[in-house]
Design a protein. Structure first.
Length: 406
């Protein structure tokens, strides 16, 4: 629903609420040019980001990552635990919390690891961390042991916390690094099978049904994953899932011999992309998350085979979704807001204060990684023409990002 802001703002503002409360604007936006149409959204929430601090601040820092998030319209992010030290105990979690306190300009909610060191061999101190984390995940690695995952789910259930799973069966990878599809075969690359993703999802859905644990599947990319989660929801399993903008807009026909196209899971087949879009339509896929994963320029300069896995995306997520899904009529603007702001907050219990962002939806430009606030520059969207520029982001009534006037 569109709500017109009070006339005293002297701005042609509309607010796309998708069911969230309208924020107080006051004179916060006095720097915006008058008599132009702007659109306000509730603060976006990304449940899957890699902020790299502590341990890997040459890739990203808490400050740079959260400034980038604010530029993308985000006021809350959930930070993945593949750090050094891994937040697998209250003591290790405290190191990350200190970094958040020092550098974050938006709300950052840390994950706790499922297993010690994300090694999959011993449960982390879930009970000790439960009140201080948004959920538990070993993201970046799949929990290979069925027994270990069941033990984690039983404990997470008793603690009232989500398990958010990176689903990857190491025994099915066979040295692959892009999708096992037409591009891999045509260019002599080793492929990652779709089964390496959907097989662990099938296992975990069975365990979630058995234990009653609230279960969330990270970054799904295959049509089989969509189908399995759809059927599990119909049978009453407490499951949600996410996918990323790149999986919705690109497929392996878009690949180039460039590390900026390498991520995990990989870009899949066109039929997989179409199944993901269908999953948005019917509610199988609950939210869009970026899996923002910055690396150094050197780590991403080694081509498809040897570059590090991961691309950045938190500054481009909304423009890509708006340009390729909303403007063509595939999703409504309200649906996009639910996927980017409403549903993530509901599932992960993330509060919304007086948080919003302001956009010029008619501003058209080419994505230029050199302008990113993130330290990461590797994006498959480089050079893509998109609509929608964030002009300001407000957190708890304070401006945390303001675009420079052109």
């Amino acid at each position: 629903m569109l709500h017109h802001q009070p006339e005293e703002t002297a701005l042609a503002l509309s607010f796309v609420s998708a069911g969230l409360p309208v924020p107080t604007v006051g004179n916060l936006l006095s720097f915006l040019p008058r008599n132009r149409k702007y659109t306000m959204f509730p603060g976006f929430a990304d449940v899957h980001v890699h902020l790299r601090e502590p341990g890997f601040s040459y890739k990203e820092t808490m400050a740079s990552g959260t400034r980038a998030a604010a530029r993308g319209g985000y006021t809350a992010v959930c930070a993945m635990p593949n750090l050094n030290p891994v937040p697998d105990s209250p003591e290790h979690l405290a190191v990350e919390e200190a970094a958040i306190q020092r550098g974050a300009v938006i709300h950052v909610y840390p994950y706790g690891a499922i297993t010690v060191g994300e090694q999959g061999e011993q449960l982390a101190d879930l009970a000790g961390m439960a009140r201080r984390v948004c959920a538990f995940s070993d993201d970046g690695r799949g929990v290979q042991s069925r027994a270990m995952m069941k033990e984690a789910m039983v404990l997470a259930k008793s603690l009232g916390k989500l398990i958010a799973a990176h689903c990857e069966d190491n025994s099915l990878l066979n040295g692959g690094y892009i999708h096992d599809g037409a591009y891999a075969r045509a260019h002599g690359h080793k492929g990652i099978s779709s089964e390496s993703e959907w097989r662990p999802i099938l296992r975990d859905l069975e365990l979630a049904a058995e234990t009653g644990c609230a279960y969330h599947v990270c970054h799904i990319s295959t049509r089989e994953s969509v189908a399995l989660i759809r059927e599990a929801k119909k049978s009453g399993v407490d499951v949600t899932c996410e996918t990323g903008p790149h999986y919705l807009v690109l497929d392996d026909s878009c690949l180039q011999e460039d590390g900026r196209f390498k991520m995990n899971p990989p870009l899949r087949d066109k039929t997989d992309r179409e199944a993901l879009v269908e999953g948005l339509w019917d509610g199988t896929i609950d939210m869009i998350a970026t899996d923002h994963a910055p690396h150094s320029a050197e780590e991403k300069s080694r081509g498809l085979q040897k570059s590090a896995m991961g691309v950045v995306g938190i500054e481009t997520a909304f423009p890509v979704v708006y340009t390729h899904l909303v403007r063509p009529g595939i999703l409504s603007l309200e649906q996009a807001v639910k996927l980017l702001a409403v549903n993530p907050r509901k599932r992960f219990s993330l509060p919304l204060g007086n948080d919003f962002s302001v956009w010029d939806l008619e501003d058209r430009y080419a994505i230029d990684p050199d302008t990113f606030l993130s330290l990461g520059r590797a994006t498959p969207f480089a050079g893509m023409e998109v609509y929608g520029r964030c002009l300001a982001t407000v957190l708890d009534g304070q401006i945390v990002y303001q675009a420079e006037r052109s």
